[in-house]
Design a protein around this ligand. Structure first.
Ligand SMILES: [Zn+2]
Length: 399
């Protein structure tokens, strides 16, 4: 199986880079072409539907110097600055973990924001807070922020006709901040566009809601997510379809599932390779395999994840041998491997191998040397495999 490298960073802020949402894009383009851009708009969409990147693409379109029909050029200075999130007329407001005297407004963590957003424009609030290392903190847009908004609005525009203020998650404004924003929206400054990007209209102040033009951003269809996954992440059609189904219209979830999928595949390949060497008692190959997995770059957590994966596979073998096959949780290539491996094992061998893997996990947790642990583990597993290895094809079926 081809292991693909996940790429979320495909960004240039053009409409065409945003998944689906064709109707909304048309509507936004028309509003610009007909000079009917409302000064306060609310982009409302569930997580992973793309309301935030869509707001960015819309902003880039508005500010582009050489629009071509329904698309920004992507090449002018304005487009390039928009794409890097450094356009001087585009301002962002987002929830932060307030720390008095240190982090009080969005701009205090602007570099982190650029990094997080450009890494994944479909990010959600927990992703953003995990990027800030602030998982346990309360996300808030505080009153300091409204002062900052007023200050930014008083600046003259550098390049564009418009100043754009994108407020992500306005539902996280505290009451003081929301009331100040409301005052601004009631008397909007000239040539200023507010785009509020929200996931939850219930949590928004009614008065703010009623002063904005609503742009609904619908959930993505499975088909749209599948297409994006095959094009952006080179997933196979089967994997993409399965992930799209699980993601349920949320592209952010789909990205995470893709990452897990890739990791699982690499565990599968490594574990299958290792079992093949163990059953062949191929000591030379095992020693170089140990060098690889014991490499400090792999890290203890990864080594542990690999062993846990192996335990899962052995569990699946047991279920397949003795339990209800319907309870097996593997399919495709994994199922194929489990079936082949099962022909070399019985209950006792499975149990002995699992015990050794468990033992190795404990040693890893106790900070033992990876090289020693994996060498020892491989030799023990070889001994177990030898006990009762019936003369059958190797787990991979081609040795
Ligand atoms: Zn342009």
């Amino acid at each position: 199986m081809k292991i693909s490298v996940i790429s979320v960073y495909i960004w240039s802020m053009l409409f065409k880079d945003i998944i689906g949402q064709e109707e909304v894009k048309k509507r936004l383009v028309h509003s610009v072409q007909e000079n009917r851009v409302s000064h306060a708009q609310l982009f409302l969409g569930a997580e992973g539907a793309g309301a935030l990147p869509l707001a960015l693409a819309y902003t880039q379109y508005i500010l582009c110097k050489t629009r071509r029909g329904g698309e920004a050029c992507g090449l002018c200075a304005s487009c390039i600055k928009c794409g890097k999130l450094v356009h001087p007329d585009v301002h962002f407001v987002y929830p932060i973990a307030i720390k008095k005297g240190d982090v009080e407004k969005s701009t205090d963590v602007a570099p982190e924001w650029r990094e997080a957003f450009l890494g994944n424009p479909y990010l959600n609030l927990p992703d953003w807070f995990s990027h800030l290392d602030a998982e346990n903190k309360q996300p808030i847009i505080g009153v300091e922020e409204s002062g900052e908004i007023l200050r930014k609005l008083s600046l003259t525009t550098y390049e564009g006709e418009f100043k754009v203020m994108i407020i992500w998650m306005p539902e996280k404004m505290n009451a003081a901040a929301a009331n100040k924003l409301l005052k601004i929206l009631e008397e909007p400054p000239d040539k200023t566009l507010f785009i509020l990007v929200s996931e939850n209209e219930e949590a928004l102040l009614r008065t703010i809601y009623s002063r904005t033009q609503l742009i609904k951003v619908n959930r993505l269809s499975d088909e749209e997510i599948k297409k994006a996954l095959t094009e952006n992440n080179q997933l196979s059609a089967t994997d993409a379809a399965r992930i799209a189904y699980l993601a349920d219209g949320n592209y952010n979830a789909a990205i995470k599932l893709t990452r897990e999928n890739i990791e699982e595949n690499s565990h599968l390949i490594k574990f299958r390779e290792w079992m093949r060497m163990v059953f062949k008692a191929d000591v030379v190959s095992i020693l170089s395999w140990v060098e690889e997995i014991a490499n400090s770059k792999v890290g203890r957590e990864n080594q542990k994840a690999f062993l846990l994966y192996g335990l899962n596979i052995l569990r699946e073998c047991l279920v397949g041998m003795y339990g209800d096959k319907k309870l097996m949780r593997v399919d495709g290539e994994e199922l194929d491997f489990v079936q082949k491996l099962s022909t070399r094992l019985d209950g006792t061998l499975c149990k002995q191998l699992s015990d050794e893997l468990n033992e190795a996990i404990i040693h890893i947790e106790r900070n033992g040397s990876g090289k020693l642990i994996f060498t020892d583990l491989s030799l023990k597993c070889m001994r177990i495999a030898k006990q009762n290895a019936p003369p059958q094809p190797s787990p991979q079926g081609r040795a």
